[in-house]
Design a protein around this ligand. Structure first.
Ligand code: ZN
Length: 258
């Protein structure tokens, strides 16, 4: 079943860097403008997820191209001059992979990921290249100042999109995600966080749920985290001293539900 597995050869695994700009904790606090450009981000990774300044859509980086998945349903490559308050990227290498020959729910993919990865203490990037029965996504809408906290923004307001295999037309595309250790909650988004883009590059968003018909799951281990903090006055003055339990609740409310 496994073409290769990380579980048996971690000590021989290479060091691999995951690049991140901004903090999830700052995003929760309504710090929606960063100073990292798409151009800079693309020098640090060809694969990634994030958002844009003012929360103007969901970001997905795939095969070295950065796309904006807008709340109006459009998908387009982002300009190098665009900036992001929060994004995670890496030069994706499939250190381990598994062929999915039977249907898999999002939860079942999480289980396969768990089996494929040797430890919960590292970061992992994962890619699901597949045919999907359906993908349910969410896209945040551009915010204007004064910014509200993220829990307010995501409370039922984001645009939800449901794409499914139509009669005789298979839905193919990529789920691009990261698996983040629990101890990094607030730095990143603990657990799995993924975005989707269709092969036709015209549909996508922040992944809420999906069903894989068949495809390939690839995993890239991240042993090194390179974190760049925004040099902005908003970030400088932000109160990021949040209660860890409250923060945990806010992250799951903003990222996983609906
Ligand atoms: Zn997202």
């Amino acid at each position: 079943m496994f073409t290769n597995s990380l579980a048996s050869n971690l000590s021989r695994a290479p060091r691999h860097e995951v690049f991140q700009t901004g903090l999830m904790g700052a995003l929760l606090d309504g710090i929606y403008d960063g100073d990292c450009t798409v151009e800079h981000l693309l020098t640090r990774g060809d694969f990634g997820v994030g958002t844009f300044n003012a929360l103007d859509g969901e970001m997905i980086i795939l095969d070295g191209v950065c796309y904006r998945l807008s709340s109006d349903g459009t998908v387009a490559p982002a300009s190098g001059r665009e900036k992001t308050p929060f994004a995670v990227a890496t030069e994706f290498v499939a250190h381990a992979s598994v062929e999915l020959t039977t249907p898999h729910t999002r939860q079942q993919i999480a289980h396969v990921l768990d089996e494929l990865t040797p430890s919960d203490n590292y970061l992992y990037a994962f890619r699901v290249r597949a045919e999907f029965e359906f993908v349910r996504t969410r896209t945040v809408a551009r915010q204007s100042k004064p910014y509200r906290r993220l829990v307010e923004v995501t409370k039922g307001e984001p645009v939800q999109n449901f794409v499914a295999t139509a009669h005789n037309v298979a839905l193919t595309g990529d789920v691009v995600g990261f698996l983040t250790p629990v101890y990094q909650q607030g730095i990143g988004i603990a657990g799995d966080h993924a975005h989707f883009i269709s092969s036709s590059r015209d549909q996508g968003g922040h992944v809420l749920d999906y069903l894989v018909v068949m495809g390939v799951l690839e995993v890239c281990i991240g042993t090194d985290l390179h974190l760049e903090l925004p040099r902005t006055s908003e970030f400088e003055q932000a109160d990021l001293d949040d209660d860890p339990v409250e923060r945990d609740g806010e992250v799951s409310a903003t990222e996983n539900h609906h």
